[in-house]
Design a protein around this ligand. Structure first.
Ligand SMILES: *Cc1c(COP(=O)(O)O)cnc(C)c1O
Ligand SMILES: [Zn+2]
Length: 417
C-alpha cells in the first residue's frame, strides 16, 4: 500500500530541504547525488519531498517558475512554459450540462504539450547531476519536449519511439530540435523497458515521468487551475477531468493538492475530484479503478487513434490510483469515435487539440450522461496537446477540401449548390 503522506521532517540526506522518498517502503534518499528513478531497496516509485510546502501567497511571477517555492530550484532551462489559457467553452458547457466548464489547454506550451512543464524542471535537475546525455521513451510529445529543452541546455538527447505509432508533428519536432531518434519495433511500453535499462546502466539520464522531478514541474498545472478558477469564480472547481496514459499528470495533480492541503492553503473537502479518461483500447487504469486493484495489470496489446495515450502499463499508477480514490473521482473509457467527436466539438469553439486531449471532454460527456457527474458541478477538462501535433488525425476529423476550377464564376456556382 503506497504511503503518500507528506508529514515527515527533513532527513539528514536532504539537500536544501529537498529529498526523495520511496512511496512503498518509506526509504529516504539524497536528491541530487546520483540519478535515481526507483527505490534501491524495494523498487518502489520515488517522490520529491520538501521541508516546507508553500501557500498561494508565496507564488509570484508567471509560468512554471511562478511556483518555485514548491520546486527544487528557483529557475531552470525555460522557453518559457506554463501560464496556459483556461478557455471558456460556452456551447460545450451548455451541451454537456454542468454549472461551469473550462478547458485548460496545455497545447499552448512552447512545444505544444504539458510535457514542457516537466522538462523545464527535469533538465534543471540533469544539469545539477552533471549528466551529458538525456533519454526518454515516448508516444511523441515527451520526445519533442526533451529534444527542445535538452537542445536548449546544450545536452545530447536520445529518444525511443514505437515505429509507425507516433504522430507526424511530434517526430518532426524531435528531429529538428536535434534528438537522435531510435524507432523501435514494439509499443511504448517496450520502449520504456529498454530506455529504463539504458538509464540503469548509466548510458543516459531518464526523463520519462518515472523520473520524480518531471512530476514536480507538471504539478504546476494543478496550482494554475486552482488559482485561475478561484480568481474568476471565487471558489475551486469540483472536478478535474484529464486524459491518462502513464498517469503522470494524475499523480502530479494529486501531489499539488496534497501539498496545498499540507500547507493549509486548501481544505480537504476543497480538493477537486480527479477523473481519468482512457481510450477503450488502452484502459488498464479504468480496469484497476473498476476492479479495486492497487496497481494496474499490464495490457500487452493496446490500440487507439489517440496515440499519446496508447499505453498498456501506466508506470505512475501506484501514485495516481490513490489520488483518484482519495479525491472521490473515477476513471472512464471512451471509444475512438467519441474522442473524435469531442475533438470536433472543441475545435468548433476554436480550441484545437490532438485526439488524446479530447479524451477528457469525451469522458466528461459520458460520465454526465451516466449521471456520475452532476449538473451542479464546476468542471475543468485538461487538454494535453495541440491540434498540429497530429495533422493526419485533424485532417481526417475535419471537412474535406473541395476541388474547384480556377475561376470566380465557377466558384460562385459551386458555393450556391
Ligand atoms: C503524455 C501525454 C498524455 C498522457 O499523460 P500521462 O501523464 O502520461 O498520463 C496525454 N495526452 C498527451 C497529448 C500527452 O502528450
Ligand atoms: Zn522502497
Amino acid at each position: 500500500m503506497s504511503d503518500l503522506s507528506l508529514a515527515a521532517a527533513a532527513p539528514d540526506c536532504a539537500d536544501d530541504g529537498v529529498w526523495l522518498a520511496c512511496i512503498e517502503c518509506g526509504e529516504q534518499l539524497a536528491p541530487f547525488d546520483e540519478p535515481t528513478y526507483r527505490c534501491p531497496d524495494c523498487g518502489g516509485l520515488l517522490e520529491a519531498r520538501y521541508e516546507q510546502y508553500p501557500t498561494f501567497e508565496e507564488f509570484s511571477g508567471r509560468g512554471v517558475w511562478r511556483y518555485d517555492a514548491a520546486l527544487p530550484f528557483d529557475h531552470g532551462v525555460s522557453l518559457p512554459e506554463g501560464d496556459t489559457p483556461l478557455h471558456e467553452v460556452p456551447r460545450l458547457e451548455a451541451d454537456v450540462g454542468v454549472r461551469s466548464l473550462r478547458v485548460k489547454h496545455e497545447g499552448m506550451n512552447p512545444t505544444g504539450s504539458f510535457k514542457d512543464r516537466g522538462m523545464t524542471v527535469g533538465v534543471r535537475v540533469a544539469e545539477e547531476l552533471g549528466v551529458s546525455r538525456l533519454a526518454c521513451a515516448s508516444t511523441g510529445n515527451t520526445s519533442a519536449a526533451l529534444a527542445a529543452y535538452g537542445g536548449r541546455a546544450g545536452l545530447e538527447t536520445l529518444v525511443l519511439l514505437p515505429a509507425g505509432k507516433v504522430a507526424a508533428g511530434k517526430v518532426a519536432q524531435a528531429a529538428l530540435h536535434g534528438a537522435r531518434i531510435l524507432e523501435v519495433d514494439g509499443n511504448f511500453d517496450a520502449c520504456l523497458d529498454i530506455v529504463s535499462e539504458l538509464a540503469d546502466r548509466g548510458e543516459a539520464y531518464l526523463l520519462n515521468s518515472l523520473n520524480p522531478f518531471r512530476l514536480e514541474g507538471q504539478k504546476t498545472i494543478g496550482f494554475e487551475i486552482l488559482e485561475t478558477f478561484r480568481d474568476e469564480y471565487g471558489r475551486f472547481p469540483d472536478r478535474i477531468v484529464l486524459p491518462v496514459g502513464n498517469a503522470g499528470n494524475t499523480a502530479a495533480l494529486y501531489k499539488a493538492f496534497r501539498e496545498l492541503v499540507r500547507a493549509g492553503a486548501l481544505a480537504e473537502d476543497e480538493v477537486p475530484m480527479l477523473t481519468g479518461v482512457q481510450a477503450a483500447g488502452a484502459a488498464p487504469m479504468v480496469e484497476a479503478i473498476e476492479e479495486g486493484y492497487e496497481d494496474t495489470e499490464r495490457w500487452e496489446d493496446v490500440e487507439t487513434r489517440a496515440t499519446a495515450i496508447r499505453i498498456g502499463n501506466p508506470v505512475n499508477a501506484p501514485k495516481a490510483l490513490p489520488g483518484i480514490r482519495a479525491t472521490g473521482g473515477t476513471a472512464v473509457a471512451v471509444a475512438d469515435d467519441e474522442i473524435t467527436d469531442a475533438q470536433r466539438a472543441l475545435a468548433e469553439e476554436g480550441v484545437g487539440v490532438e485526439p488524446a486531449s479530447a479524451a477528457s471532454v469525451a469522458g466528461l460527456r459520458k460520465l454526465r450522461e451516466e449521471g456520475v457527474v452532476d449538473d451542479s458541478e464546476d468542471v475543468v477538462c485538461l487538454t494535453t496537446g495541440h491540434l498540429l501535433k497530429d495533422p493526419d488525425a485533424a485532417a481526417a476529423a475535419g471537412a474535406e477540401p473541395e476541388p474547384v476550377a480556377n475561376d470566380t464564376e465557377a466558384i460562385l456556382d459551386h458555393l450556391s449548390d
